[in-house]
Design a protein around this ligand. Sequence first.
Ligand code: ADP
Ligand code: MG
Length: 435
Amino acid sequence: MKKRGSVLEWTGLFHVSPADIADIVGGFHSEMKRGLAGEPSSLKMLPSFVAKPRGSETGRYLALDLGGTNLRILAVELEGEGRFRIPAVDKVVVPGERMRGKGEDLFDFLAECILAFAGKGGEGNREDLRLAFTFSFPTEQTRVDAGRLLVWTKGFTATGVEGEDVVDLLTRSLRRKGAGFVRIVALVNDTVGTLAAKAYTDRTCDMGVILGTGTNACYVEETARITKRRGLGAGGEMIVNLEWGNFALLRRTPFDADLDRDSPNPGSQLLEKMVSGLYLGELARRVIRALMNEGLLFDGSSRDLFTTPYAFGTEHLSAIASDDFGVLARFGIGNLMENDRILLTEICRAIVRRSARIAGAAVAAVAAWMDPELKRNHTVGIDGTLFECYPGYPAHIRGALADALGPRADRVRLEPAKDGSGIGAAVIAAVVGAQ
Ligand code: ADP
Ligand code: MG
């Protein structure tokens, strides 16, 4: 019984109550307001310089999607009337030494991947290839086809990129690698791509969310409310990238504080570090290590998997949450006692439930910002492996939406938008071409 009591003590740390959710919603509204006015805020509220697509856009584009873990290259054919085809797609894992080495090497790698894709016939016409570049890091845009990286996130540290125009860097690499025939026509945040992909087929979509390696969202804002930038056109609408991974008004546990302190970007991306796939496994590892040290797991013995930073990934949480302990056996942790299994499962579930409930609170906040009385339907396009693969993740988000919005939560629909960040980038490129 004593042991069981302590399980709840540990999992209780990660509880997100309805009152916590109300606090997050309130915090979002005040930070969104400040961010749009150009006042100091943990939400950067970055204008994208594009409006929502109409669904009638057409054309053939190449999309390059640099998300965090995976690089995706797609050939996209927009047929209009909300229909599209993807004749070819490639997925490559970005090597760690390119993420953390010289910026030039990272962009050369991207150019090489594009060239290889084009060479395989991924895209027929080599004369003039139009590329939409999905770049999922905080980027300050002044036009739809230019943007300066403000700060790296998600473990990237490549040198010489922060403060630079990433379209310029990729253009230079493309030329160096003999792929000057590729023209970058749009720079798109992955959230904006996701919104665009969903909105292309569904007129009620006005929000895009990423729950993968990192987390972020964008929504459709009235230009009149983006007071920090004049001249965006009165009476119009523009997609705004919240950069919500950096939201900071959250109640943290000592485990969150320690993970942040040991990260390459301490003090930044606090919401992302409690919510996204890059961090959830590591957070669980730190809790499990503490339990191990207290003698509450593995009969008091130590296991290497839990003493090595980032050795335990979010995909392992998914397996354990589904009672699949085979992943641990592969790390030499077999023959677990029933108590160990229960404790591990409950820790993993509590950490992911907290992630989903915070994400749900954030979705509720943005929906209520756009439409305080929720008079309209709002479809949220969601992309990312965490949302897609963790069992029950969408249901936890819906639980938080209900806590935040009551019965009106039904007005907010969550829709998977797999690979939307790439497809949508092509849609944005077409919107720009038509402007
Ligand atoms: P990106 O963010 O690079 O675009 P994804 O959306 O595919 O990529 O997300 C990759 C992240 O998803 C990985 O970093 C990992 O944390 C997480 N992940 C991978 N597999 C699973 C899984 N089975 N369940 C939950 N999360 C997972
Ligand atoms: Mg992605």
